[in-house]
Ligand binder design. Structure first.
Ligand SMILES: Cc1cc2nc3c(=O)[nH]c(=O)nc-3n(C[C@H](O)[C@H](O)[C@H](O)COP(=O)(O)O)c2cc1C
Length: 184
């Protein structure tokens, strides 16, 4: 199984990255996992030129930026995990830009072309408040998956997150359960 993990946290040493590290520690020898940290990747938002909706483009999108290298990674993965902290009730801006730019992989007017169909997605989320505060972001991802015929596997949310608590092992059982759920 090929897993692409998109880490949208700005902090390489923060709460989300600690969660990601422990998740990869669990799943890494049972699946091929590639983590891509996207905070410093130039991913612009869709400019709505419409080209991808009229034809299947060789490079998927007319915007040439950091996303160009991520399309092949996305397309060759079985499972894509979105790992992001919640900033202002949402996934981080780079995470949203990544999701935004996947639009070119589907002709959403008639679904005659949809390279996202059959993929699976899941989310790893850390936040400063209680779990429900992530609903807005996570429910948006679920809607995204339903619309594009992607199987939504589930999410693991760490509320009131701190790196110390995550690295203490307090969540290891839940992280292991999440990894087992991804493996199926
Ligand atoms: C700009 C900003 C906005 C935030 N907004 C929220 C929020 O809306 N809800 C929440 O529960 N936590 C919020 N937080 C707290 C983070 O989600 C939490 O500390 C998270 O674990 C940080 O992960 P990181 O170390 O990977 O950045 C916010 C933090 C920042 C820096």
């Amino acid at each position: 199984m090929k897993v692409l993990l998109i880490n949208g946290s700005p902090r390489a040493d923060g709460n989300t990255s600690e969660l990601v590290k422990r998740f990869i520690g669990d799943i890494g020898n049972k699946a091929s996992v590639e983590e891509v940290r996207i905070f410093n990747t130039d991913i612009k938002g869709c400019k709505n030129c419409g080209a991808c909706q009229r034809a299947v483009l060789e490079k998927h999108c007319t915007v040439n930026d950091g996303m160009s290298a991520l399309y092949p990674k996305f397309l060759s993965s079985d499972v894509v995990i979105i790992a992001s902290p919640i900033y202002m009730w949402q996934f981080t801006p780079c995470t949203l830009a990544f999701l935004n730019r996947l639009h070119c992989l589907c002709h959403s007017a008639d679904f005659s072309y949809n390279e996202m169909a059959g993929k699976k997605m899941a989310a790893l989320v850390t936040l400063g408040d209680e779990e429900e505060v992530a609903d807005f972001a996570v429910n948006g991802l679920k809607e995204f998956c339903t619309f594009f015929s992607i199987g939504y596997l589930g999410d693991l949310r760490i509320p009131f997150a701190s790196k110390e608590k995550i690295s203490s092992g307090e969540y290891d059982k839940r992280i292991k359960g999440f990894a087992e759920m991804i493996l199926g």
